[in-house]
Ligand binder design. Structure first.
Ligand SMILES: [Zn+2]
Length: 367
């Protein structure tokens, strides 16, 4: 038996490293592995793809899905969770349910250190349900556009903080957050753009999820994210109406205060086009419990400033410019802090969440 992976070693330096380590660890454990090209190249010129690994021995009527990197740069954390779990399972026993790992879903954003994809689409605002148009913006977004998406190369002096503080004072943080982060479909170079049609990644998922989840009667899906909430803490965010059973399961497995399904809450926002509501609506399985596991990093204003700066540099700066590199490095730090204490804590909590889901599915939860 090999030595268990040090917690901090689960974090990779870049996407190619994360991808090759994921592939190797999954293959070693006997998972079946497939890669799906997204039709783009990474900074090193290689073809970009995301990977899906399915365990081969578990009970296929119950499936535990763990996904990472739908928000690109957040994949540094989500990938570490998946690597950490693969390592844990290699040291002990595999879970009873079948396990499906979706790794680096937004491979472009992961590879280029951004939250958005190759078409500047926020994939987690792109999963609109039947009948919802790829058009429209939240009230107030038009006013904010010129501030959020300056159409000029980055300069050394950006009056972000003063302007942001003024806007918060004027509108209030929760109103502002909902105007900014709930998704817009009108400004293709702006932040939180939901796209004009389904992304290639969504189409691939649509075509293949029925196969990965074939024969399932119950699916529990944890989708790992960062950048919202207090430093090193987590919440499960739910973007679809929960059934009584689902509420009981969430409370029993993870704790009564573990989840927020309330659109009026401080932390969550009423976003359109989320991955969760889409998975549930597709009826991939009779029982589909999806939770976005969101881990806090830096304060919201700082995160927003970083998103704005990276987006500006990505569209209007030069790829090789020092200012562009710095904006991307900063974004990575904002969504995956380098502090060892943060990394140890969030990985410990994430692994516990996965174990609780696993035990809950096997009827060993608190409820
Ligand atoms: Zn996210």
């Amino acid at each position: 038996m090999e030595l268990a992976l040090n917690v901090l070693d689960s974090f990779s330096q870049d996407y190619p490293e994360a991808q090759s380590r994921f592939r190797e660890a999954a293959t070693k454990l006997g998972f079946s592995l497939e890669s799906h090209s997204i039709g783009e190249n990474g900074p090193d010129g290689s073809e970009l793809s995301f990977d899906v690994a399915c365990s081969t021995g578990g009970d296929p009527s119950r499936v535990l899905v763990i996904s990472s990197g739908i928000h690109g740069v957040e994949g540094f954390f989500g990938s570490a969770v998946q690597l950490g779990m693969l390592d844990e399972w290699s040291q002990g026993e595999m879970p009873q349910p079948k396990v499906v790992l979706l790794h680096g879903l937004n491979a472009y954003g992961f590879a280029y250190s951004r939250r958005f994809n190759e078409d500047n689409v926020d994939p987690n605002r792109n999963f609109l349900l039947a009948g919802q148009p790829f058009a429209g913006s939240p009230p107030g977004y038009a006013e904010l556009d010129s501030f959020l998406n300056p159409k000029r190369p980055p300069s050394s002096w950006e009056p972000f903080s003063a302007k942001a503080v003024w806007l918060i004072a004027q509108h209030g943080m929760s109103k502002l957050r909902s105007a900014i982060a709930s998704g817009q479909y009108d400004y293709p170079q702006g932040l939180f753009f939901g796209g004009k049609g389904p992304t290639r990644m969504q189409t691939i998922l649509q075509q293949n999820m029925p196969r990965w989840l074939a024969g399932s009667e119950q699916v529990v899906h944890l989708d790992f994210h960062t950048g919202l909430g207090a430093w090193g803490t987590w919440k499960l965010l739910i973007d679809y109406p929960l059934s009584e059973l689902q509420r009981k399961q969430l409370a029993g497995w993870f704790g009564a205060d573990s989840f927020e399904a309330n659109t009026e809450s401080d932390i969550a926002y009423d976003a359109r086009g989320g991955f969760g509501q889409w998975c549930v609506a597709q009826k991939f399985s009779p029982e589909y419990l999806f939770a976005c596991a969101e881990f806090g990093t830096y304060p919201a204003v700082k995160v927003l400033a970083g998103l704005r700066a990276e987006n500006q540099a990505h569209h209007w700066g030069k790829a090789e410019a020092a200012s562009t590199r710095k904006a991307k490095q900063t974004l990575k730090e904002l969504f995956c802090p380098s502090a060892a204490s943060w990394r140890e804590e969030v990985l410990r909590q994430s692994k516990q969440l996965v174990r609780q889901a696993e035990q809950g599915m096997c009827g060993e939860g608190k409820s």
